[in-house]
Design a protein around this ligand. Structure first.
Ligand SMILES: [Zn+2]
Length: 422
């Protein structure tokens, strides 16, 4: 587990380090960011679960409260300046915790204590996956359009958390619960990282301050006006399910990730559905051609951290079956979940490309994917909606017309029919 390369790299660390530095100058609530959004995504993800054991587990309000605490937990490390937070975002820590749960309860998760740990783990997983998806899609777009990134007064995480909380009317406020002692032991035993339960407890406490801040700021006209002025593009789109990486778009990704984690909790390591989502969605049209734009990229989210040594399995084919020139890379570091396919030149006009993930992609568990994924994306406009064959007018209507007026009636009716279809 530890032998796997550590996935967290410069970008997230740089962003968070900047926030931590900022925290020395700003009131505490500004440094622990996005908690309300993270919690909302976890609660919304429950709505995307199929009927089954995870939905049953999270139907329990006490376990949902624990899920929420797990969802918040990773950012507590930034608040207290300890790397435990960064580590909690990624698979090495999360999978060490999963293995600890699996070993302790041997796949039998109906007992209360086991359920509590599973709910907390699902929260950690939600947070890590949401950050990856948000940062690689939504944050990247915001960076291109929002002046707040240049002004560096407020972070997008803080501003978007407040405007999003306004949009959704806040969240149910949780109460604190976390397995601090067990987690401190896992950090030490499995990752060789010393952190005390008291440090974890302190970090979690700061996150409650952040929740309270957002709960207040979401009704503050002054805060909302400031954050909207700094991040106008994001403020308008955080609650827009059509925008890649937005919270409503993250929720189904998290739900799918939980289902894969459930398999791993039962030692089912088969990697036969590696791709959770593609952005733009497979089958899309009107894909932007300008390779310098964020929107021209293609984005894949994998159910498990994937090994970039096997990225030769990922390609984009043109209509002739030839490789299109793209750079394939993680958005963050190796063994993370989100992968960007960046075109090296403009996509060709009116052309359909096929994204292929061939079997053999290795994941964090050391398993190779067994199935092929294919998804198309086209620069052509979408085809017109099907024009149904006009229905012959009812015989009695035709019969009601004389020969001359009947001849005029039929083409008009067909024209009206087509217009309705358009
Ligand atoms: Zn985070």
């Amino acid at each position: 587990m530890i032998g796997a390369r550590w996935p967290c790299v410069s970008r997230l660390r740089a962003v968070r380090s900047a926030l931590l530095a900022l925290s020395l100058l700003l009131p505490a609530p500004a440094l622990a960011c996005g908690q309300t959004t993270h919690v909302w995504v976890s609660l919304e993800a429950i709505q995307h679960l199929p009927e089954g054991p995870i939905a049953d587990l999270l139907a329990d309000p006490e376990l949902r409260n624990i899920l929420v605490n797990g969802t918040m937990f990773p950012d507590g490390g930034y608040a207290v300046g300890d790397d435990y937070g960064e580590m909690a975002h990624w698979e090495p820590l999360q999978q060490a915790y999963l293995a600890w749960i699996r070993d302790r309860y041997a796949g039998e998760y109906s007992g209360r204590e086991a359920q509590e740990h599973v709910a907390f783990l699902l929260g950690l997983a939600s947070h890590g996956m949401s950050d990856e998806v948000f940062d690689s899609l939504f944050y990247e777009r915001s960076r291109a359009y929002d002046p707040g990134h240049d002004e560096e007064v407020t972070s997008l995480d803080t501003a978007s958390d407040v405007t999003f909380a306004r949009d959704v009317g806040g969240i149910p406020q949780p109460t604190s619960w976390a397995p601090f002692d067990e987690l401190a032991a896992i950090y030490g035993d499995d990752l060789g990282y010393a952190v005390s339960a008291d440090t974890l407890r302190s970090g979690q406490g700061f996150l409650y301050t952040a929740l309270a801040y957002t709960e207040w700021a979401r009704t503050s006209e002054e805060r909302l006006a400031t954050f909207t002025a700094e991040f106008p593009w994001a403020a308008e789109r955080m609650n827009d399910a059509t925008v890649p990486g937005s919270p409503p778009r993250q929720a189904p990704v998290v739900a799918a990730y939980w289902q894969d984690l459930w398999l791993r909790l039962h030692a089912d390591l088969a990697f036969d559905a590696p791709v959770i989502t593609m952005e733009p969605p497979a089958g899309s049209f009107d894909h932007p051609m300008d390779h310098t734009t964020v929107e021209a990229r293609i984005h894949l989210t994998f159910a498990r951290g994937v090994d970039d040594d096997t990225f030769d399995r990922i390609s984009v084919l043109d209509p002739d079956g030839q490789d299109a020139p793209v750079d394939v890379d993680h958005f963050y570091g190796d063994m993370s979940h989100t992968v960007l396919l960046r075109p090296r030149q403009d996509w060709a006009d009116d052309t359909e490309y096929t994204v292929v993930v061939a079997p053999g992609l290795l994941n964090f568990d050391g398993q190779a994917s067994t199935t092929e994924f294919r998804g198309t994306v086209s620069t052509a406009p979408p085809p017109p909606p099907d024009v149904a064959r006009p229905i012959d007018p009812p015989a009695e209507e035709v019969c009601a017309c004389d020969a001359a007026s009947g001849a005029a009636f039929t083409p008009l009716m067909l024209l009206a029919w087509r217009r309705r279809r358009c």
